[in-house]
Write a new protein. Structure first.
Length: 77
């Protein structure tokens, strides 16, 4: 990973993009603060974030809870 000032990036863009093509990652700085990350392009399918993936589903044999509550109350259909 290489860190470079934005003004230097503008001056040497062609050479730096060639480095990115060969696997280098660049962090661009503006006034000393990181503003962008230039990474090599990947045509692989993007992985879905963990928070969007379906979670574990528990299955318990037997009736469902609402039926059990209605049966206990004596109001089962």
């Amino acid at each position: 990973m290489k860190t470079i000032a934005f003004t230097d990036f503008r001056k040497r863009a062609s050479d730096l993009i060639t480095e990115v093509e060969h696997g280098e990652t660049l962090i661009l700085l503006r006034r000393g603060k990181p503003v962008a990350e230039v990474v090599p392009f990947s045509d692989r399918a993007q992985r879905m974030p963990a928070w969007k993936q379906s979670g574990i589903q528990l299955r318990i044999p037997g009736g469902d809870l609402s039926s059990a509550i209605l049966e206990e109350r004596g109001t089962a259909p």
